[in-house]
Write a protein that binds this ligand. Structure first.
Ligand code: NAG
Ligand code: NAG
Ligand code: NAG
Ligand code: NAG
Ligand code: NAG
Length: 535
């Protein structure tokens, strides 16, 4: 009896000790849109404060577009292994992340976590069983499709238009007109405040920002915030600055609430973009991946190298630029392991448990990355050690360039940084590094390329290209001719992984899913109709 009591006390104790896990997932945020990568144009003091006192994830890769990236985050698998490798799920598409996949919040529930999703889902909604609360999240406030107008919460896509905002399974009409980022901030803070501290918390805040909304006004933020950036001449970029400021402020407020509730000491925070930035008008947006090549939905570094940081008092070697190679599929085993879970529960993952490597600054087990294989676009890219292969490209090569802005003019504001909510909250637990240290971290995480003309120009529609990413992160010097053996080795590796791919599970749109049949709301239409019913 005594033993049994002792045992249950120990169990409870170990459950209590599990760290809280908070993921801030930005949408379409570019490499050069966070202050810690060297741009002075749009201050992100809260995000930066976490980066400098945590880990700047310098060699971190995501997939080039939203649905595949979120699928990898949730499953720990490459999109080629879940059928999610080609573009995104559309509002009228009867498709979702396969139900055969057990996902991150489900695994964390097994460890006793309370699990909450705030914001975007985009992994399938045509049937209730694909929705977040059917797949491991205790609560969800947010939206189901790929993007919304940040104020009216409607999504215009594929020739139709509908409202898309939910509290759980219910349509949240009452939130119409409220700025989405503020809704997420308030909801996240409320969840933190209401959280039962004897249980571990998993909170994922999947922002609408920085994705563009609808044609009436693609990028939206409160006027008074946009007006602070009157010195930015490009109107779209100025609005982008307003959106990003709100996103950064949101991160700060949530971190502060974790501090106030006494949760921050035992919390792991991941801040990550879902894919590279849509720059120079791509997707009607104004992100920057400078000096990297390409944009969102391309396989160049600008499309797949993700702006991200990891923060936690549990990291044993913090305040550094972490050069461990990492892929978004690694978070499932990495966070599960950090939570004290036994990673032998995972079968057939592409992700690695890199918690020890990140925490103790040890070599990463990851030496290869499959950026994607998309046979519909006829494009593929992989990295092996420092070598990156490109075969084919998207958009017929029209996005295979380098875009700004660099944002290197002006000065970095340490004042904003140290006064930010996140900095104040962090300083309550562990000191933020001094200016000198921050300057050196920032310098090391600022990629510098002699952006001259490309050498042996890569024409991926004609022949595969090869780059040494360590030496040439900007993909300027095509080494395919110079290093035929390495090129051949990577082509063989591509062939090997390609043989493991499953076919993409994209479906034709089902016009019965058009919001016009459902009171102008995007719905789980597949629960109400036979999909083959004619319109
Ligand atoms: C908080 O969680 C603990 C452990 O699960 C539970 O025993 C307790 O009843 C919970 N408290 C409240 C107020 O729900
Ligand atoms: C990471 O940095 C260490 C030294 O700090 C170096 O030895 C190692 O080669 C680097 N690894 C990569 C992948 O760049
Ligand atoms: C692709 O680009 C080439 C020139 O770069 C052009 O000749 C060709 O028409 C384009 N193809 C399509 C389908 O746009
Ligand atoms: C942290 O905050 C608490 C509560 O606001 C305060 O009592 C304490 O002095 C602070 N500690 C530090 C190191 O700032
Ligand atoms: C992958 O394999 C399929 C056939 O199974 C083939 O059609 C496709 O071209 C291959 N893709 C690459 C990038 O090798």
């Amino acid at each position: 009896m005594l033993l049994l009591t002792l045992w249950s006390v120990l169990c409870v104790a170990s459950v209590q000790a599990r760290p809280n896990i908070v993921i801030f997932l930005a949408d379409d945020l570019g490499w050069n849109d966070v202050g810690f990568h060297g741009s002075n144009q749009i201050p992100t003091p809260n995000i930066d404060a976490l980066a400098y006192s945590g880990l700047v994830l310098q060699n971190y890769y995501v997939t080039p577009i939203c649905t595949p990236s979120r699928a990898a985050l949730m499953t720990g698998k490459y999109p080629i292994h879940t059928g999610m490798q080609h573009t995104v799920i559309r509002g009228e598409e009867p498709r979702g992340l396969p139900l055969s996949e057990k996902i991150l919040p489900q695994y964390l529930k097994d460890l006793g976590y309370k699990t909450h999703l705030v914001g975007k889902w985009h992994l399938g909604h045509y049937k209730r069983e694909y929705l977040p609360m059917s797949r491991g999240f205790d609560t969800h406030l947010g939206f189901w499709t790929g993007k919304i107008d940040l104020y009216d919460h409607t999504n215009m896509e594929t020739g139709t238009w509908g409202f898309d905002f939910r509290r759980g399974y219910e349509v949240a009409y009452d939130l119409f007109g409220k700025y989405a980022t503020d809704i997420y901030t308030n909801e996240a803070v409320k969840l933190v405040e209401a959280h039962n501290k004897s249980e571990p918390l998993f909170l994922m805040v999947a922002h609408s920002a920085m994705h563009s909304g609808n044609p009436s006004e693609f990028l939206r933020a409160p006027d008074e915030v946009i007006d602070k950036f009157s010195h930015i001449k490009d109107t779209q970029r100025r609005k982008y600055a307003g959106m990003l400021t709100k996103l950064d402020e949101s991160v700060g407020k949530v971190v502060m609430s974790l501090r106030k509730e006494g949760l921050l000491e035992n919390t792991i925070i991941l801040f990550s973009t879902d894919n590279g930035g849509p720059a120079a008008g791509f997707n009607n947006n104004a992100a920057s991946n400078y000096p990297l090549k390409g944009v969102k939905n391309t396989l160049w570094e600008g499309g797949v190298r993700g702006a991200a940081l990891l923060w936690s008092p549990l990291i044993k070697q913090p305040s550094r630029v972490a050069n461990q190679t990492l892929h978004i599929a690694d978070w499932l085993p990495t966070l599960y392991s950090a939570a004290g879970g036994e990673t032998s529960v995972f079968k057939n993952l592409d992700g690695f448990d890199l918690w020890e490597a990140l925490s103790n600054d040890l070599p990463s087990h990851r030496t290869k990355i499959v950026h994607n294989i998309d046979d519909i676009f006829a494009s593929a890219s992989i990295t092996v050690d420092n070598w990156k292969l490109h075969k084919g490209t998207n958009y017929n090569g029209t996005k295979d360039y380098w875009y700004g802005p660099a944002g290197r003019d002006g000065e970095y504001s340490f004042d904003l940084l140290y006064k930010s909510d996140a900095a104040v909250a962090i300083n309550n637990i562990t000191a933020l590094p001094n200016k000198e240290r921050i300057t050196s971290i920032r310098d090391a995480s600022t990629i510098k390329c002699n952006n001259g003309k490309p050498i042996n120009e890569c024409k991926p529609l004609k022949a595969p290209c090869l780059f040494d990413i360590d030496e040439d992160p900007c993909e300027l010097k095509n080494l395919a001719d110079e290093k035929p053996d390495i090129l051949q080795a990577l082509l063989s590796e591509l062939e090997r992984v390609n043989a493991t791919a499953v076919p993409p599970n994209n479906q034709d749109l089902n016009l019965r899913g058009d919001p016009k049949y459902w009171g102008r709301v995007f719905t789980n239409f597949g629960d109400y109709i036979h999909l083959e019913t004619p319109v």
